[in-house]
Design a protein around this ligand. Structure first.
Ligand code: ADP
Ligand code: MG
Ligand code: MG
Length: 893
């Protein structure tokens, strides 16, 4: 028999897939003996059954009844009982923490009768009616689908009528009246009455949680985070405890360490006389956790003790939700807490120092994306004037953009290419699309644990929250600070590390982490923590990391960042700029002599470029790719030329001869699909002298470096090979020129000759190609294009977002390697290439070389190295190290 319901006492933390993270951790805390209000969890399996049939699964109601009866027996009270009611909370919780599902419903079991009983038992009429109005409001909005603004509006009207600054200014009679108003709203909006039967309330809450799995916000979030759609959510049903019983009660959130900076020590917010989400909703000002020590020393001491227990049990930063009921502490939630990239590195290093985790485990707790974020520039403090406003530094980084005041506007402007800052009084889950679209989020209210802060941190979006000096006027589409009015569209700068807001676009400077990679040295806790993670990664990784660099400057920077060579040096940029005229001359040459002259002029320039890069990478391999793009890319635009020639003819003039020649050449070379045209090795095979010139430049650069006492290690790479014969012919030419230069110079020049694998045919015939290739390098950009049959430049903007929406892609195949298709070709080529030539050196030089998930794939595919842009080199080093850990403990942050 399937078993749809687990008592807290029967679960544990490893059952998150079945009980959701929340349910599994409540069970774990129960097992640890922490004070958790009793309850039970309905499994994700029940949810999946509901989602596939649309009906309540058979047997679920019965199981719930059994568990409820046990809860009632233990409490000595019945759900909704008329003289002393047991009340429940109904909470959603999937395996992954997932905003966007149904909000928790508190105080389930209250009705027109039990509210009076609650008043009597608690001794507080006000508390009882406050609880009831919360239930009607939450149930009405989330289960019955009434627009929440109608309830908020009624509450605000009442506050205004009573002259109350906040909810505490309303008395029992006010709240009773509000309940009546809310019930009318529900009847008007749904034609139904608020259900009085406690069992009916419970049943509908559970089903509503199931249904919320497919709510729009939940689906958007899952797509963004690549969470599968078929997991389902669990539902936790728990005995209520009350933080709104008066000044001796309250609710709070706590972290065992600061989730923004990683600094050790407890950290959090507390709100007296409050329940549920009050503490994060910004309805009243919270006090720091330390204030709890004075308000309720006993509860505070216990909380500190529980935090110690949890941190040593989970061996990581934990975040905690708790409630104090008449001085008594209750634990309502814990989980391994989200944190900024900075905090992830700092905490990992601290936990190693404290002997809690090993250096290897620490490596599993940091990630390449976070590291990349820490390398982003920050605001130049010397250019910073006085801030316009201050708030809480909720999610670090620096961002500049036009102020916008609602989610739709943020999405609209971002889609048009504008950078925006979403400014809200506070955010709700409905703001999610705008938060995703924005560079930064700024709110006027709410603490570091408010919705805006938590979501922004999770996404790595800059956030300043609770900037109380600003008054946000969404209707008028502006915010004001004193006399300054900031209209929609005004550019502002937001510093999420300092918590400041500035008018205008503040210039940026390098981050300390970037400076560390540039110049070495240690210093702050963060830099030190990053350095330690890098050392650990370097000591365990199997993959080498090289860089894609076309200039000596890039090569030198890449080397400082830890590159172990150049995996891809593209020669095409060497044909641009002032040299264009020489390239034109080569293309337009009427005979061999003219072409020879043009090539001779290019030769010394290329030689110098190569010598510079070989010097910057002295002693390390430099893989130089022969010219790849179609030649017409080096000629002027066809339409411009045609217009120029036609205009001259129309004026009755004789058009400039050079332009006519150029137009002829451009027309001759025009291709409908240049990506699939005369390029790569094909170019070298049909344009005489081109390969010889490039190889000579390389070989002479090697000779020059050897004579200067260097240790040049050039490797020559042939692009776009599809058949081994292409490589055989080209390679013979390369060897001929190398021999020639060795002979002339008296310096023996040996360069390994290899090929890119970037066509499906190359991958599928890799065994034969390996007979001629001394190394392979996967050109995963072209390999992705040719495998899928679409060109990145043409299609990315056209339909990728639709494909992501429809779930055809979980990520762009140009960002993260398509494991199933392109990855399969790679595995075939590795296997057959190495079978034909044992020890064949194999790398990858597409942009995927710097993408964390792709690096893990390349590690498992057995490649020797990845090559990526210089700035991604540290990311690739770190991820290559993480990939070498045996899989476990590698949770992505
Ligand atoms: P979320 O997933 O949004 O964190 P929760 O299920 O944690 O939602 O519920 C939100 C808040 O509701 C909790 O932080 C807590 O303050 C309150 N809450 C939930 N269950 C109870 C309960 N049994 N007693 C009192 N408060 C509760
Ligand atoms: Mg919670
Ligand atoms: Mg290519």
């Amino acid at each position: 028999m399937v078993h749809y319901v687990y008592d807290f006492a029967d679960g544990h933390r490893d059952l998150a897939g079945l009980l959701g993270g929340k349910g599994a951790n409540l069970a774990e805390m129960t097992r640890l003996g922490l004070p958790v209000p009793p309850g039970f969890t309905v499994t994700t399996e029940a949810c999946r059954a509901f989602l596939s049939t649309g009906a309540e699964p058979d047997g679920l109601a019965g199981e719930i009844s059994v568990h409820l009866a046990a809860l009632e027996d233990a409490a000595g009270r019945r759900l909704g009982q008329c003289d002393d009611p047991l009340l429940l909370s109904v909470r959603s919780g999937a395996c992954f923490s997932m905003p966007g599902m149904m909000e928790t419903i508190l105080d389930v079991g209250l009705n027109d009768d039990s509210v009076a009983a609650l008043a009597k038992v608690s001794g507080s009429e006000r508390f009882a009616w406050d609880s009831y109005r919360r239930l009607v409001q939450m149930f009405g909005a989330t289960v019955m689908g009434v627009d929440g603004a109608l309830f908020e509006g009624a509450l605000a009207d009442l506050r205004r009528a009573r002259g109350a600054a906040d909810d505490l200014g309303l008395d029992a009679a006010d709240l009773a009246g509000l309940v009546a108003t809310y019930k009318d709203v529900i009847r008007q909006e749904t034609g139904e009455d608020f259900p009085q039967s406690p069992r009916e309330q419970l049943r509908r809450c559970v089903l509503a949680v199931f249904a919320s799995w497919n709510g729009e916000r939940a689906r958007i979030y899952r797509r963004r985070e690549h969470i599968p759609d078929n997991l389902g959510t669990a539902v936790t049903v728990q005995t209520m405890v009350f933080g709104n019983l008066g000044p001796d009660s309250g609710s709070g959130v706590a972290f065992t360490r600061d989730p923004a900076t990683g600094r050790p020590g407890p950290y959090g917010d507390y709100l007296p006389n409050a329940q549920g989400e009050d503490v994060v909703a910004g309805i009243r000002d919270t006090v720091p956790l330390s204030a709890l020590a004075e308000l309720h020393p006993d509860a505070y001491d216990r909380l500190r003790e529980h935090m110690r227990v949890l941190e040593s049990h989970y061996r990581d930063l934990c975040d905690i939700e708790f409630t104090v009921e008449r001085g008594r502490l209750w634990m309502l939630q814990t989980r391994v807490g989200k944190r900024t990239a900075e905090a992830a590195f700092v905490i990992a290093a601290e936990l190693v120092d404290e002997g809690v985790i090993t250096a290897e485990e620490a490596l599993g707790r940091v990630g390449g994306e976070g590291l990349a974020r820490l390398m982003f520039p920050r605001f130049d403090t010397s250019a910073l004037g006085a801030p316009l406003a201050h708030g809480l530094p909720a999610s670090p980084g620096a961002a500049t953009g036009a102020a916008v005041f609602d989610s739709a506007e943020a999405v609209r402007r971002a889609a048009a290419g504008e950078q925006v800052v979403l400014v809200r009084e506070e955010t709700t889950p409905d703001d999610l699309p705008g938060m995703i679209a924005a560079q930064a989020v700024l709110t006027g209210r709410g603490g570091r644990t408010s919705h805006a802060a938590v979501v922004a941190r999770g996404m790595g979006t800059v956030c300043v929250c609770g900037a109380e000096e600003i008054a946000v006027n969404t209707g008028a589409r502006c915010f004001t600070v004193g006399h300054t009015v900031v209209e929609e569209g005004t550019v502002i700068s937001v510093d999420g590390s300092e918590g400041t807001v500035h008018l205008g676009a503040v210039p940026l400077v390098d981050s300390p982490v970037l400076r560390y990679f540039e110049a070495g040295g240690r210093g702050t806790g963060l830099v030190d923590a990053v350095a330690r993670a890098m050392e650990q990664a370097d000591s365990v990784r199997a993959l080498e990391v090289r860089a894609n660099a076309d200039t000596p400057e890039d090569a030198a920077r890449a080397r400082r960042f830890g590159a172990q060579g150049v995996g891809l040096c593209r020669t095409e940029h060497m044909f641009l700029g002032e040299r264009r005229a020489l390239v034109e001359a080569m293309i337009l040459a009427r005979d061999k002599a003219e072409q020879g002259e043009a090539l001779d002029a290019l030769l010394p320039l290329q030689r110098e470029d190569f010598a510079g890069i070989l010097a910057a990478m002295d002693g390390l391999p430099v893989t130089i790719r022969l010219l790849d793009p179609p030649l017409h890319e080096f000629l002027p635009d066809r339409t411009d030329l045609a217009v120029r020639v036609a205009a001259a003819e129309a004026r009755g003039e004789v058009p400039d001869g050079h332009a006519v020649d150029l137009l002829g050449a451009v027309n001759r070379m025009h291709e409908e699909n240049p990506m699939l045209g005369l390029r790569g090795v094909r170019l070298g095979l049909v344009v005489p002298g081109l390969v010889a010139m490039q190889v000579r430049a390389i070989a002479e650069a090697v000779v020059e470096r050897v004579r200067a006492g260097g240790r040049p290690r050039a490797e020559i790479m042939v692009p776009l090979v599809g058949a081994v014969e292409e490589l055989r012919i080209e390679r013979a030419e390369v060897e001929r020129v190398l021999a020639e230069v060795s002979e002339e110079s008296g310096v023996p020049v040996h360069c390994p000759v290899g090929t890119m694998i970037e066509l499906p045919r190359a991958a599928l015939t890799a065994g034969r190609i390996a007979g001629e290739a001394e190394f392979f390098s996967f050109g995963t950009n072209d390999l992705t294009q040719t495998t899928w049959g679409f060109s990145r430049d043409d299609v990315e903007a056209a339909f990728f977002s639709a494909y992501l929406d429809k779930g055809i892609f979980t990520a762009s195949p140009f960002e993260t390697l398509d494991h199933d298709g392109v990855g399969r070709l790679i595995r075939i080529a590795v296997e057959e290439g190495r079978a034909a030539r044992p020890g064949l050196k194999i790398g990858v030089c597409g942009e995927h070389g710097g993408d964390p998930a792709s690096v893990r794939f390349f590690h498992t595919a057995g490649l020797d190295y990845v090559s990526c842009s210089p700035f991604r080199v540290p990311v690739a080093r770190l991820e290559a190290g993480r990939a070498a850990l045996d899989g476990e403990g590698c949770d992505d942050r």
